[in-house]
Ligand binder design. Sequence first.
Ligand code: CMC
Length: 385
Amino acid sequence: TDTTDIKKGLAGVVADVTAISKVNPETNSLLYRGYPVQELAATQPFEAVAHLLWTGELPDAVALADLRATEREHRALADEVRAVIDLVPLDAHPMDEVRTAVSLLGAQDLAGSGSVLAASGSAEDNLRRSIRLFAALPAIVAYGQRRRRGQEMVAPRDDLDYAANFLWMTFGEEADDLVVDAFNRSMILYAEHSFNASTFTARVIASTLSDLYSAVVGAVGALKGPLHGGANEAVLHVFDEIGEAANVSPWLDDALENKRKIMGFGHRVYKRGDSRVPTMKAALDTLIEHYERPDVAELYDALESEFVARKGIYPNLDYPSGPAYALMGFDTLTFTPLFVAARVTGWTAHVMEQFGANALIRPLSEYVGPAERHVEGYVPDAADV
Ligand code: CMC
């Protein structure tokens, strides 16, 4: 093999077809099943976008009511899941808690399902499993934040839709409509993004005909990293480090000198700006006004304009979503679990698509280790020769 053929990081490699979303970096557009994500964020509840990703179409009123009814049925945190979360050390990262909880949900749901040959399940099984995970994750994420704060669990509310109920279970009080709307938008913007690292991880796992839950557990692991989903959390650490707008220049001098990656900037696919940023930035602006925090806007703008001017690298979705989640009252450590609750819709849509037209994902590597050598003193016996 010629090393020049190697596509490090699979950059630029088209690994398969997908009908779920289309990213066009030239026009800065992102379509979910053909619909621009901005239009979906402005008009749809997250439940409808989940339905779109899974089935290919936005739901009519009956289908939306059905999905919402099923989602409500699976909202409450099961005692066993709560017990397993409680076993995770309080100072472990909440992504480890989420990964563990999803793993238990899988084991419970698949109990009695027999040999590995049946693991991948039918299309109906997998849609049901996807809805179950989508419905169960908010309680897992909300309870995680509450227990770290030493607060009691809050039971779900049947009269609230997905986004409002998520905020209710996290904070134990009803959120303002404006906050619910910003949160709903963030979920929609985070829901799906073609063959990103965590989605590709899920597809690799699905391609072995393993089960959907195992694929999601793997995807949670991939999303945790700061080069991927962990960046929304990392943005807030950066904001905390900088403190205020006046400190941006010296902080950036130092960070760039030390070759630090500035979290929340840059993207493998978008090189001229992330299509999701303007929508999330508009939501952040309404939150800044609502919570009367012009200081957040000043720091945000100062870091963005100075970094773009110096490096020509633009913000990605994690840049506005990190401070938006902070203003809503989420702890910094909860941000990436929120990304899980959203992206689980995209992951599961991709797992179902992979099962529907499967080929085992198994690339090649070029060996660059030591040439063949032998264990000292080894004498081959007749059977080995
Ligand atoms: N800060 C400083 N320099 C950067 C950054 C950044 N955030 N992003 C890219 N660069 C530089 C990089 O150092 C390299 O410079 P040079 O050519 O001089 O070595 C050049 O730009 C190309 O970067 P790369 O890392 O080779 O590009 P990539 O396509 O592998 O990286 C990325 C994409 C997202 C990993 C990277 O931009 C990054 O590390 N960003 C910070 C983490 C982050 O915000 N991740 C969120 C990604 S989007 C949403 C999500 O998945 O959650």
